[in-house]
Design a protein around this ligand. Sequence first.
Ligand SMILES: [Fe+2]
Ligand SMILES: [Fe+2]
Length: 478
Amino acid sequence: SALLNSSLKQSEIRRRAIQAATLLMEAEAGSLLLLDELTGELYFEVALGEKGKEVREIRLKPGQGIAGHVVQTGVPVIVNDVQKDPRFSRAADDKSGFVTRNMVCVPVKAHTKILGALQAINKKGGGLFADDDLQTFVSLAHQVGIAIENANLYEEINRLFEGFISASVQAIESRDPTTSGHSERVAILTCGLAQVVDRVDRGPYAGVQFNDDQMKEIRYAAVLHDFGKVGVREHVLIKAKKLFPGDLDLLKARFDFIKRTLEVQALRRKVEILVSQGKTAAAALLSQLDEDLARGMKEVDELLEFLLKCNQPSVLSQQGFERLDQIAKLSYESFDGSKPYLTAEEVRMLSIPAGSLTLDERREIEGHVTHTYQFLSKIPWTKSLKNVPSIAYGHHETLDGTGYPLKISSEMIPVQTRMMTICDIYDALAASDRPYKVAVPATKALEIIEEKARRGQVDAHLFELFVEAKIYTRVRKL
Ligand SMILES: [Fe+2]
Ligand SMILES: [Fe+2]
């Protein structure tokens, strides 16, 4: 029974229960029938074919067969002449070609709940099952019931946790719909790479293996690696241009107002001229004014056009900075005096040299790694999963110590994290999910990572395996 309870896998428990039943009862065969709670049917697997390699599931209707009867009554039975028993169901024998002569069948319970029935079939040496046999078999069935119940509970907890994880992932990704699916894809890629590393028999990772628990640890770390984005303010998280959308609207409205101001100034001049000179005499002056106004309007349009270009997340040139500076010095006449074309904050934003983020905003986004670590550290992980927080924590570190947030270098970065980093960069490049960039083709993404490997930032050996095993093809083309 110790053997029985050491496993939490249903299939393993079933196998061991049958083995124990046959051994203990000195029987030719054994079977464990489980109750399907929804239908009330009993189901079990029989081995088919010469070597019993093919397995088929057989289902008994409620009450059908000796086992069905035992499950309904809850009373163990010994049937020493099965073929003459009217309750006997031939279904299994017909399928397996096995001939059942006699059997002992007892209910499998957890507390008072019936989970199924355990059978030992055909006493070895042509003998019969005796009443004495029944007691030992009942206690074996009791152990089996507890083992199944434990496995069920374990499965339930596991499902609960998995459900909680996927709800968390949904929470991260619903804040930034443009990155939806990223966490799941990084998990698929990282687990794929981990399997390759586990199998590889040459190079520096030949000795690295991951057991089931470690694989699970890698998957949880990968799927939750960006969870900390919940701690980044949304407008920063999804910022695509140098100015926030509302600020851009304000700037456009101001430039409209500047044009209207120029128009009003010109009209005022016209009225003055007409009043003082009369229509004919003023004609030449008026058309001069119209020309000046048209030129002025065009200039403002061009300035705005330039500012819209500056607002793009691309790199700003030296001349660009200078022109921005000149525009910042311009002013227009409003109701309450002279006003600058651009506010100091707008100049600061539009002067971002590359990308869409100011230094503070970049730091805030980079802070997601620390948030992830803090969040994951709050979960009381089981012993076998205790490294989930630290594996996730390092996903933006580089081997040369130029990453963030800790700037640790290679010896400190576990292989699990190195794998995740490659997969994270790949997905960030190849998926069209970032506000500030379009997706690049797979080959281009691989080239970019290869360059990082050459510069000693990502692990070159792992990257080689990533490419060789075509891990990147495991996520569908986006
Ligand atoms: Fe990240
Ligand atoms: Fe990521």
